[in-house]
Write a protein that binds this ligand. Structure first.
Ligand code: TMP
Length: 214
């Protein structure tokens, strides 16, 4: 109960399909938070710098192939290996702005539509991980996403996969998510993002309890 009133940093998560602008918005947010005196860091998943992250990177770049279930668990392990540090940072008052997390994990693996790897199976590996205090779902229309340029070279950058991912995200959506209209200009989106983030930072500063996925 004592921990309840402790001030801490906020876990602000950006999720969305490819080319929705989440990476741009996440880094702009960190910049503006730090400028306004809110200590914050930009994190991203997969974190390709760890040993597990390097395996994921090889897989995404198609330098290595692997079993789909194993890969799902490696993506999750990449979050688990940084769980303690994440909690320490948040408790130390640092706000973490995170580019993708377990929702991408569930969306991408279940988008493969493989027997046995349904949404429920995909969610199991997330149980116990830190739940974000604020989720910005960057919603972009298929047309607007297409206008932002073609696919890259990585494994999941295909029309079919992106379409399925979009569908799973729509299915995963919960009431507490902040759905941000990402079809607009960078500046317009940024303004909304800052307002939403400021509120989350305030709530955590006042001692909102740290939650975990059940
Ligand atoms: P990135 O482009 O944001 O670096 O993400 C790399 C790819 O990894 C992207 O296609 C989404 C995918 N991904 C998963 O399949 N599972 C996960 O758990 C995460 C975080 C990302």
């Amino acid at each position: 109960a004592a921990a309840k009133s402790l001030s801490r940093g906020a876990f602000i998560l950006f999720e969305g399909v490819d080319r929705c602008g989440k990476t741009t918005q996440a880094s702009k947010l960190v910049e503006s938070l730090n400028q306004s005196g809110v200590a914050s860091e930009l994190w991203r998943y997969p974190d390709r710098t760890t040993t597990i992250g390097k395996m994921i990177d090889d897989y995404l770049q198609c330098k290595a192939d692997s079993d789909d279930a194993s890969m799902h668990l490696l993506f999750a392990a990449n979050r688990w290996e940084k769980k303690k540090m994440m909690e320490e940072k948040l408790r130390a008052g640092v706000t973490l702005v995170v580019d993708r997390y377990g929702y991408s994990g569930v969306a991408f693996t279940s988008a493969k539509k493989l027997p046995g790897l349904d949404q429920q199976w995909c969610k199991h590996s997330e149980t116990g991980l830190v739940k974000p205090d604020c989720l910005m779902y960057m919603e972009i229309s298929e047309d607007a996403a297409k206008k932002r340029g073609g696919f890259g070279e990585e494994r999941y950058e295909t029309t079919e996969m992106q379409k399925n991912v979009r569908e799973v995200f729509a299915d995963l959506r919960e009431d507490w998510w902040n759905v941000v209209d990402a079809d607009r200009t960078i500046e317009e989106v940024q303004k909304d993002v800052q307002t939403i983030a400021k509120d989350a930072v305030e709530r955590c500063k006042r001692g909102k309890e740290l939650e975990h996925f059940e």
